[in-house]
Design a protein around this ligand. Structure first.
Ligand code: CA
Ligand code: CA
Length: 212
């Protein structure tokens, strides 16, 4: 009986907690939404460099060529009201862990701007990051991933193939191994489903890029 009462108290506490979480002006991870301009059924790949001189989101690629993968995020609170002027520093990208070695520089994947009056921000400018990932890319708001989707279909690679934050001579042997070996996404820098001569200009021009 005592246990039952205690359970009731805990339930009420949980409900109060949930209600508090949905206060005005606080981003709601389930009601906020994000998408890429590439649309459904497309798998864009971003080419990133630690110094931010990799591809813009409009220069993402699929096996058939360039595709605009610009991300639009609409931040809403629990009452579906736009959260305006939310800090760009508190919204960032992070691939789902488990595959690859994606490694962003500090602040290297934050949104372009604070949210506008409609609660909207974008990712269009190049990221500052190295390493690679073939998993979905999550939108993180103040440390927690959006729950309104399971991540955006957006993959990443970089001349910083080993993902240590610097594209340098240590990455070249990895490329060489993939160039002569079986296909490896990490070295498909000019993404088209093949690792061949067309990937070498990005490899060469990327060497020397480090986090700022
Ligand atoms: Ca490296
Ligand atoms: Ca290629």
């Amino acid at each position: 009986m005592v246990l039952r009462k205690l359970t009731g108290v805990f339930s009420i506490a949980l409900v109060i907690g949930a209600a508090t979480f949905a206060v005005a002006g606080v981003p709601d991870l389930d009601k906020s939404t994000a998408s890429t301009a590439a649309g459904v059924g497309v798998t864009p790949v971003m080419y990133n460099l630690p110094n931010g001189l990799g591809a813009t989101f409009a220069q993402a690629r699929t096996t058939t060529g360039v595709v605009n993968a610009t991300i639009t995020l609409t931040v809403l609170d629990g009452g579906m009201v736009p959260v305006a002027n939310y800090s760009a520093n508190d919204m960032w990208l992070q691939p789902v862990a488990g595959v690859g070695n994606f490694n962003a520089c500090t602040g290297g994947t934050t949104a372009d701007l604070n949210t506008n009056a409609s609660g909207v921000t974008t990712w269009a400018a190049p990221l500052r990051a190295g390493g690679w990932s073939t998993n979905n890319t999550q939108i993180i708001i103040n440390g927690a991933a959006l729950t309104s989707n399971t991540g955006l279909v957006l993959r990443h690679n970089s001349t910083d193939i080993n993902g240590d934050g610097a594209a340098n001579l240590a990455d070249i042997p990895l490329f060489a191994a993939d160039f002569y070996g079986s296909y490896a996404f990490r070295s498909d820098l000019q993404y088209d489903g093949l690792v061949n001569l067309s990937d070498i200009p990005r490899l060469v021009s990327g060497v020397g890029a480090v986090c700022p």
